[in-house]
Design a protein around this ligand. Structure first.
Ligand code: NI
Length: 222
């Protein structure tokens, strides 16, 4: 499931982030890329030891943690600290799959990849996130503060930026439910139970919807 979520970050938070990240503390993105991704990765990333890095990362993390839609769809168990990436004119990130086990102690399995857009589509040309799916290639370019969430198992790329500059936070989550199809069924069932609770709060079938959601989550979570 590919999910676009609006308003993960508020306007004031985006302003704080963009003001905090200067020009000086960005490094070659290849330094954090896996063996094969290195060959196609051409961007800049905020040095994780930069003085502003902690503040910026915690704003993005807080946005994801408080977002109900993200929490329901991703069921995150662990979220990796985000990387702040910058693509200047001519930069891109060719087709790759994200590492299955992300650095950390212990390593974190990546089930879900997340991109939070830190500036708007009007700030750059190109720079679409393109995700290969069974239904063809999906192009994503969202307003500042929105996020796209998709299975880490997919091949994806960031198209070349041909004008302006693209700023984004990217991160990964290990989900309580590792299988993307199961996560989708749970998200659907969540929508069903919420609607039933609103439309038919006193019906026994509403209890069954809650029971089914709960028991599927119990069956599949790890
Ligand atoms: Ni990637």
């Amino acid at each position: 499931m590919l999910l676009c979520i609006p308003d993960v970050l508020k306007y004031a938070e985006l302003k704080t982030i963009r003001r905090a990240i200067g020009e000086d503390n960005f490094k070659d993105g290849k330094l954090t890329a896996g063996y094969r991704a290195k060959l196609v990765k051409n961007n800049l990333q905020l040095d994780k030891n930069a003085p502003e890095a902690d503040e910026v990362k915690s704003i993005v993390m807080a946005g994801l943690k408080r977002n109900r839609e993200f929490q329901d769809a991703a069921l995150p168990r662990t979220i990796r600290p985000p990387l702040i990436s910058r693509y200047r004119k001519g930069m891109s990130y060719g087709w790759h799959v994200d590492d299955a086990l992300m650095t950390g102690k212990p390593k974190v399995r990546s089930d879900i990849s997340i991109t939070v857009f830190l500036n708007g589509p009007g700030d750059y040309e190109g720079g679409e996130l393109i995700i290969s799916s069974p239904f063809g290639e999906q192009e994503v370019k969202l307003p500042a503060g929105s996020a796209v969430v998709y299975p880490s198992a997919t091949l994806h790329q960031v198209a070349p930026v041909t004008e302006g500059e693209r700023l984004a936070a990217v991160t990964w989550a290990r989900s309580y439910v590792r299988d993307a199809a199961q996560r989708e069924m749970l998200a659907d069932m969540m929508a069903v139970q919420k609607k039933m609770a609103a439309l038919a709060p006193d019906e026994a079938e509403t209890d069954l919807a809650f029971k089914t959601y709960s028991n599927l989550l119990r069956m599949w979570s790890e």
